[in-house]
Design a protein around this ligand. Structure first.
Ligand code: CAO
Length: 558
């Protein structure tokens, strides 16, 4: 019989009272040294805590939901007697020895042994922010980039998320300031000391508004207020909308590293799995259940049950299972990653939001003539002004007059959060699917700047180079099919926004001026709105006002 040892939480940096979100072993289990015992999670990182010894678990001392800190006893273990027997099957950690290994040294550790983040290196006003001490991890993958050049960040605001097979962590900014340039992109491998961003640090910037300034309501923290929002594609995936305020939602489903690993091993796409854990977290059982269903031929879009459940028990009948090959030749084409992500979001938004669409015609005869003239005058500048730039500017003016259209429903569903910032998203068609980059602070930008930015973002979208930050924080969206055709359509609202403007191709039509029919250039507008927030009369007023602005753009200045 081996020695009875208490396995404790090792040095996890500044973290205290972090929640146990998974217990990976039970009494009676044989464990190897370094084998993961529990997963803990804070608002910035989730990490697995490995065993300091090999042996057999005598008794568990923690359970799900417990809060632990360094030194908390996880379990009692009958340690294997000989050193050789105690050695794990896998090689020891880079730091070696039998001491409990720090699985994921929190990236924002301020000090303490082995945990001093490298001081940002000043370059005049500019700071190069690098990856701090992240424990033994090397070459961890960047899975999210949460900011983009031009963003203001507060001290400790998350810049990127990295993930290894044991932990995912957000790397925070060591100082407040303005992001000058990004030095990493999604998929890059980073280690301690790798440069992340160039920051124009600003001592006074602690007082700067966060990218999504606090609304005059009790707004959730920054990571949540520059929300999940925008992209149909890169939005929360198969999770209840807006009720989970913690993660800077990107394309990553909410799951611990071990569950991600488990899913990878089974070839399961976590975006297709509905999470049953607290706050929609995907558990190992959810993955198993998903695989079982798939094997039984009953895999179905994750969004259906989730949306149904969240919508108050909508009774969704099973998806028809048809062997199409029985009726003729077929070909299977894999969906792009964007399509896989956007599908559940679109389905959720369509099912959960009571949509209504109002159509309106805007006479843009003069505006189009002005646009053509502007482009002629600025031929050499290389900036082409499109109708989209005017639409964005006009929408901002209409949103200011009708602030409910620039709002979201509070997570509790009992209030409307009006946003005093105007970040307008626009749907961009790419070879891989639809994405919605966002023009931030469109109210403070001129037509040329907006035109330049939409062109740059659309190009980035087509090249698949948009960062998550490029698609976050939107307050209203425009979907313009004007370059393609169509008359009117019913765009799906991009939750948690409450309205979206669809625009089709302008055509010259005969319009009665009181005496005769005259040829006028008419732009068809289709405004979809959330009937929980907006009513039909307001929507008709919004549309009529928008049309009047487009008919006489001078009114935008009023
Ligand atoms: N009426 C008539 N012509 C229009 C127009 C309109 N409403 N909008 C654009 N055009 C013209 C442009 O002037 C341009 O003409 P020229 O080449 O002669 O100058 C041409 O159509 C192409 O414009 P564009 O679409 O490339 O440029 P844009 O700025 O208007 O749009 C973008 C940019 C990114 C919105 C667009 O490329 C795009 O991706 N649209 C698709 C959005 C989409 O898929 N929505 C569906 C969402 S629901 O599934």
């Amino acid at each position: 019989m081996g020695n009875l040892v208490e396995v404790k939480v090792p040095d996890i940096g500044d973290f205290k009272d972090v929640e146990v979100i998974e217990v990976l072993v039970k009494a009676g289990d044989a464990v190897a040294r370094e084998q993961s015992l529990i997963t803990v999670e804070s608002d910035k990182a989730s990490m697995e805590i490995p065993s300091s010894h090999a042996g057999r678990v005598k008794a568990m001392r923690v359970k799900l939901g417990d809060k632990v800190s360094e030194g908390s006893v996880i379990l009692e273990l009958e340690a294997a007697e000989s050193g050789a027997a105690a050695n794990p099957p896998q090689p020891p950690s880079a730091k070696g020895g039998s001491e409990p290994r720090q699985v994921a040294s929190p990236p924002f550790e301020k000090g303490g042994p082995g945990g001093i983040p490298p001081a940002p290196r000043p370059t005049g006003e500019a700071l190069q922010v690098t990856v701090p001490d992240i424990g033994d991890f090397k070459d961890v993958e960047v899975i999210e980039v949460l900011v983009r050049p031009g963003d203001r960040v507060n001290k400790d605001q998350s810049l990127i998320t990295v993930e290894s097979d044991k932990a995912s962590m957000e790397i925070p900014s060591p100082a407040a300031g303005l992001v000058q340039s990004l030095l990493v992109k999604i998929g890059d491998k980073v280690s301690q000391g790798s440069p992340i961003v160039m920051l124009a640090a600003n001592e006074a910037a602690a007082a700067l508004p966060s990218p999504a300034p606090a609304a005059p309501v009790s707004a959730p923290p920054a990571a949540t207020t520059s929300p999940p929002s925008t992209a149909y594609a890169v939005d929360m995936v198969a999770r209840p909308a807006a009720v989970e305020p913690r993660q800077p939602e990107g394309a990553m489903p909410h799951a611990s590293p071990s569950v991600r690993k488990f899913a990878r091993e089974l070839g399961v796409d976590l975006t297709q799995v509905a999470g049953s854990g607290p706050k929609g977290r995907i558990t190992q059982d959810d993955v198993r259940e998903h695989v079982k269903r798939a094997l039984a031929g009953g895999a179905r879009p994750a969004a259906a049950p989730v949306a149904g459940a969240a919508a108050g028990g909508l009774n969704v009948i099973p998806w028809p299972q048809v062997d199409f090959a029985k009726f003729g030749p077929v070909e299977r084409v894999e969906m792009s990653r964007i399509k896989k992500l956007s599908g559940p979001n679109l389905a959720r938004n369509w099912v959960m939001i009571p949509h209504v669409t109002n159509h309106e015609d805007a006479d843009i005869t003069e505006l189009e003539a002005f646009r053509v003239q502007l482009n002629k005058e600025n031929e050499k500048s290389g900036v082409k002004v499109t109708m989209l730039a005017f639409l964005i500017k006009a929408c901002v003016a209409a949103l200011k007059k009708f602030p409910d259209f620039n709002s979201s429903i509070a997570p509790e569903g009992d209030a409307i959060i009006r946003k005093n910032y105007w970040h307008v998203g626009f749907a961009a068609d790419t070879p891989n699917g639809l994405v919605v980059p966002v023009i931030r602070d469109a109210d403070r930008k001129g037509i040329f700047e907006i035109a330049q930015e939409t062109a740059a973002l659309a190009a980035k979208a087509r090249d698949g180079k948009l960062a998550i930050g490029d698609m976050q924080g939107g307050t209203f969206s425009i979907s313009s099919l004007g370059g393609i055709g169509g008359t009117y359509f019913t765009p799906i609202i991009n939750a948690p926004e409450v309205a979206i403007l669809g625009v089709c191709r302008s055509t010259t039509r005969p319009v009665w001026d009181g005496k005769q029919f005259v040829p006028r250039l008419i732009l068809p507008l289709s405004l979809s709105w959330d009937h929980r927030v907006v009513d039909g009369a307001s929507a008709a007023r919004f549309n009529a006002y928008l049309a009047s602005l487009l008919a006489d753009f001078r009114r935008v200045l009023l």
